[in-house]
Design a protein around this ligand. Sequence first.
Ligand code: SF4
Length: 181
Amino acid sequence: MIDTEKIRVGTIWLDGCSGCHMSFLDMDEKIIELAEYMDVVYSPYVDAKEVPENIDLFIVEGAISTDHDLKIINTIRKNSKKILALGDCAITGNVSTLKNLAGTDAALEKGYFDLADLNKGKYPDKIVPKLLEKVIPLNEAVDVDYFVPGCPTPANAIYEVLKGLINGIEVDVSKYTRFGI
Ligand code: SF4
């Protein structure tokens, strides 16, 4: 339960396709209603460069694939009272873990040698974060408080969960969503 009147919320997408963030925007006019109770202080939707401290709820899309993902999820855990894993990639790894079948070297070979049109064979390791040996879901890296499945998570499930948290209750969204939809 979140105990402040206007909750401070962060959102981020890590190794995801942004589809779950698109669903967040699909709440449409309900975002205006939620904005009365929430301040979004860090997100692709706002221009903040650093993860702020004292976040009440951090909504995380995507799995953990790089050393940068790992660093930022640990900062988010340290700075947040609650973390919500949004969507199947965050919860199970989902399509993001397909790379695990091939391995990191094969994935880099495919992306930077086989399929590259420009700069073939040049992995930009000063710009691109280092891939982890294995893509993992959020809860293999940090403790996660809430899990809201779906690929993407439907907008009405996101709305019901956020409204519930604002009201201090955890809601069952199984009627709106399940893994894989
Ligand atoms: Fe995209 Fe689906 Fe992963 Fe959400 S769960 S980030 S929609 S692939």
